[in-house]
Design a protein around this ligand. Structure first.
Ligand code: FES
Length: 80
């Protein structure tokens, strides 16, 4: 989906740069997003926030202490 109509920049392109560790200012400088009319700035910032390398990932990690071992993670109970 195009986020920045003025510069024809998609959400995927913004997300790719954010996942590479760039912050909004870096992406703005690199791609030119939100440098003309500015209507896209809020959406672009939200995408950067959601995709930044600093975004919490704890929700997708398992807690080994509470794992029953069915997933094969480090919390698996010893076998045998
Ligand atoms: S829509 Fe992004 S600067 Fe205009």
């Amino acid at each position: 989906m195009i986020v920045c109509v003025c510069r024809r920049i998609s959400d995927r392109e913004i997300a790719r740069h954010a996942r590479a560790g760039m912050d909004f200012s870096d992406i703005q400088f690199e791609l030119g997003v939100a440098t003309q009319c500015g209507q896209c700035e809020g959406s672009a910032r939200e995408i950067v926030h959601q995709c930044s390398a600093n975004a919490p990932v704890a929700a997708i990690r398992r807690d080994p202490a509470s794992c029953g071992g069915g997933c094969g993670c480090a919390g698996a109970a010893p076998r045998g």
